[in-house]
Design a protein around this ligand. Structure first.
Ligand SMILES: [Zn+2]
Length: 497
């Protein structure tokens, strides 16, 4: 064999990368269809932008890393839908088969790298990611690397963990580390393909479900601890799957995932140790959420400006509509008129405002159209102060579409951004891109559980988390789960007995 032959063989190595992701709130009345993906992100092979999105970062990272390698990278489709209700069966099967056909075309491959979310549920499929991975595994055989990146708000199933060589979830919530984790996924995939490591995935079921922001204790310290533990010899990666309480599936709940280099026993022991520690930590945790009335009152009395008030349970990122008017109504009731609300989802009202035009003043009914726990629609004589077609905001390095959006100035002076593509509030530029200077307002109301925190804490000294009571199924103890049968806390007090 000549040197040239060697190079030829090396260059024949092929790696496949694709992304398919959304988060399915099985309690939400908003089906996710192909349009939902096309509105958020649908990129055919090679058309993914150079900027990463939350779940497609492995594509961007792989594109860069494999330029350094004499291997061929085949890009498949990347699709992401803003979290919503369950995915229409035909839509899931269409996107899944599109990616699997692309993989088939690329065979033989050395590795498959997937940017997933991990909480996608479709009609007839409780575990879409497991289904996709099992089918990919059947196609590539047992020896090919499958490496995946996941969101921690996901469901870790055996189908996923037993058919993947590398499983890594974002560590931070807010998810500011999705690119950093994608770098690890691609790096470990390369090391596995080069036979430098022998990754083994171990999972421990913590038998609990909770909201686990890592910007505050106890999770802040817990994440610092797992970063330290990753420095131990033999440990490649540790992830906390927080779980997603709005997904009624058998595997819903918090889990620890440890990837070791060839040491199954070490992985299982460490996963259990960390899982039990996390369970104990969460028994004494208080997120400090306050009622709507108290939250707005606290904002009014605050010396800070702006004060950021988060409507944590009307977060489109959790699959709900994002059209609740409860906090807006409270702002009106407490006469906090120097306020801006970003955003309320109401495509019909946006259309009426665009038809009326900038500067138009007319009677508009907006908000609260999709659920009984989202308050009442608001009727007011409003002025359309700004129209932005295809508006967007940033989330770290990624660009998030808000669809055609408008700013309305209410008769009391409160400014409200109405958007037509559901999107949680990530960054203050959602206001500035719509012509509202966020620093000029006393109160900014955002719809987000914690992703807003990083960027808004840079412009505000006072952040208030409000539990307005709906529409998200935020109390696992009373949510009407049908498919979840395992005893987990807080549905039972002592799940380990
Ligand atoms: Zn998440």
């Amino acid at each position: 064999m000549t040197i040239n032959d060697n190079q030829l063989i090396t260059e024949d190595k092929t790696v496949f990368v694709a992304s398919l992701a959304t988060e399915s709130n099985t309690f939400a009345p908003i089906y996710t269809d192909l349009n939902s993906f096309k509105e958020s992100m649908y990129a055919p092979p090679g058309e993914h932008p150079d900027t990463p999105t939350l779940c497609s970062a492995p594509i961007v990272v792989a594109r860069r890393r494999f330029q350094e390698k004499p291997w061929r990278l085949v890009e498949g489709t990347a699709a992401w839908a803003e979290p919503g209700g369950i995915v229409q069966r035909q839509t899931y099967e269409l996107l899944r088969d599109e990616i699997l056909d692309q993989l088939q075309e690329a065979l033989p491959v050395e590795g498959v790298i997937l940017g997933l979310h991990g909480a996608m549920v479709a009609e007839g499929y409780d575990d879409c990611e497991g289904d996709l991975i099992v089918r990919a595994r059947e196609m590539v055989g047992p020896d090919v690397t499958i490496a995946i990146e996941m969101d921690p708000h996901s469901h870790m199933t055996k189908a996923i963990s037993e058919n993947s060589n590398i499983v890594i979830a974002f560590k931070e919530f807010p998810h500011r580390d999705f690119v950093e984790r994608a770098e690890e996924v691609v790096e470990f995939a390369i090391q596995h393909m080069e036979k430098k490591i022998d990754p083994i995935v171990s999972v421990f079921d913590c038998r609990m479900i909770d909201v686990l922001p890592t910007s505050v204790e106890p999770m802040k310290g817990f994440v610092e601890k797992i970063r330290m533990l990753e420095q131990r010899p033999g440990i490649l990666s540790i992830s906390v799957i927080h779980g997603f309480m709005a997904g009624d599936v058998p595997d819903m709940g918090t889990k620890i995932v440890v990837v070791t280099d060839g040491d199954k026993q070490q992985g299982e022991q460490l996963a259990e140790e960390l899982g039990r520690e996390l369970f104990a930590l969460c028994q004494s945790k208080d997120l400090g959420y306050v009622s709507t009335q108290k939250g707005i009152s606290e904002a009014g009395q605050s010396k800070a400006s702006p004060v950021v008030v988060a409507d944590v349970w009307d977060n489109p990122g959790g699959g709900v509509a994002g059209d609740s008017t409860l906090l807006l109504q409270e702002l009106i009731d407490q006469s906090l008129f120097d306020s801006a609300v970003g955003t309320i989802w109401d495509p019909m009202a946006v259309r009426l405002c665009i038809a009326a035009g900038e500067g138009a003043r007319f009677n508009l009914r907006f908000g609260a159209k999709t659920g009984i726990k989202s308050g009442d629609p608001i009727d007011d004589l409003v002025t359309v102060s700004k129209i932005v077609l295809n508006a967007q905001q940033s989330f770290g390095q990624s660009v998030v579409p808000m669809g055609d959006s408008v700013v309305i100035r209410m008769s009391c002076g409160i400014e409200v951004i109405l958007n037509s593509t559901r999107s949680q509030s990530f960054s203050p530029d959602l206001f500035s891109n719509m012509g509202i200077n966020p620093l000029s307002k006393k109160v900014l109301v955002v719809k987000s559980t914690n992703h807003f925190y990083d960027s808004f804490s840079r412009i505000s000294d006072h952040i208030i988390y409000v539990d307005a009571g709906g529409p998200y199924p935020s109390n696992p103890a009373t949510n009407s789960y049908q498919k979840l049968k395992r005893p987990i806390w807080p549905i039972v007090d002592h799940p380990y007995i």
